[in-house]
Design a protein around this ligand. Structure first.
Ligand SMILES: O=C[C@H](O)COP(=O)(O)O
Length: 318
């Protein structure tokens, strides 16, 4: 694991004097997908990398321990054995980075991960996910419950109200308290970008979260109307880069919400490579939060290996 970001004092002047130019962000984001294409064995290699960085997610009101355990089976063995064998023996060891579940489902996920020698992590969403509209005391209790249940990573949501009202000191204090409640569990801070109103607010909330000790910043819960988009991702990566330049600490990035196709995952990998560099292209510093992405990646790898697309029954999801 990379050295954790300990955070730093809140630099309010830096936060309040930061502005984002929307047209230039849009222009740069548009070049990302047009400037680089990866094909054939290189594409297969990138897709395998995407799998290792995936937080395989189920966050449904109808989740049960049964479907969480099936998801964990997929986390431990993301590809069908024969596809895996054709891609090389080393892929037998391939797992996703983590499974991501609600706090009440953590014990089942932890038990399943233990049976797979903890080759992947167990992440829990917390702090009044997805809205964060609850008292701080209960939000912190949720973190403690998930950590006590064995979660190794906690995906917390910020209080968007504070960000929208530019109450940066209060937001900083809340995220600091969340980091303390997480203890040794790594903390991913979800900004809920679709509800932040502007890219400038996204940049400022990114900075404040990192100053307060985020190990990762994450775009979305998957429940907002707008989730992970490349322009928003670009702004967050620039914030991560600027924070690293000033403090020397590396913070990870997790786009999440609406990432469904292998092509989407390649675009996100290109963004990371171009904006943060190869150093960020691993599960310690990059995650893709997704519930259905793996299905399409497996489908594309099946095509790479066999030359044809699989019928639905050939690649059943758990
Ligand atoms: O944190 C991950 C998201 O909730 C997943 O969203 P998704 O279902 O759109 O892939």
């Amino acid at each position: 694991m990379a050295e954790r970001n300990p955070g730093c004092d809140l630099d309010l002047a830096w936060v309040e004097n930061s502005y984002i130019n929307l047209p230039s962000v849009q222009r740069r984001a548009a070049t990302l997908t047009s400037s680089r294409t990866v094909k054939k064995q290189w594409q297969a290699a990138w897709l395998l990398r995407a799998i290792t960085c995936t937080d395989l997610t189920t966050l449904g009101g109808d989740d049960t321990d049964g479907n969480v355990v099936r998801l964990c089976g997929k986390a431990a063995q993301p590809l069908r054995h024969d596809i895996s064998a054709s891609l090389g023996d080393w892929t037998k060891e391939l797992t996703v980075a983590a499974v991501c579940v609600y706090p009440s489902r953590v014990p089942a996920a932890v038990a399943a991960a233990r049976k797979a020698d903890n080759k992947y992590g167990v992440a829990a969403v917390a702090t009044g996910f997805p809205s964060g509209q609850y008292p701080l005391s209960t939000r912190l209790e949720e973190i403690k419950f998930a950590v006590a249940s064995g979660a190794t990573e906690i995906d917390v949501v910020i209080n968007r109200t504070l960000a929208l009202l530019n109450k940066w000191e209060e937001l900083y204090a809340e995220v600091q308290a969340m980091r303390e409640a997480c203890g040794d569990a790594h903390m991913k801070v979800i900004l809920g970008v679709g509800e932040l109103g502007s890219l400038t607010t996204v940049y400022r909330a990114s900075l404040v979260s990192m100053m307060a000790g985020a190990d990762f910043i994450k775009t979305s819960t998957g429940k907002e109307g707008v989730n992970a988009t490349l322009p928003i991702g670009l702004v967050m990566c620039r914030a991560i880069r600027n924070y690293h330049e000033r403090t020397g600490f590396r913070v990870g990035f997790k786009p999440a919400g609406g990432i469904r196709t292998a092509k989407d995952s390649l675009a996100w990998l290109v963004l990371i490579k171009e904006e943060l560099g190869n150093e960020w292209l691993n599960r310690d510093l990059f995650r893709l939060g997704a519930s259905s992405l793996l299905t399409d990646i497996e489908r594309q790898l099946f095509h790479h290996v066999t030359g044809r697309y699989a019928a639905a029954h050939e690649l059943p999801m758990p």
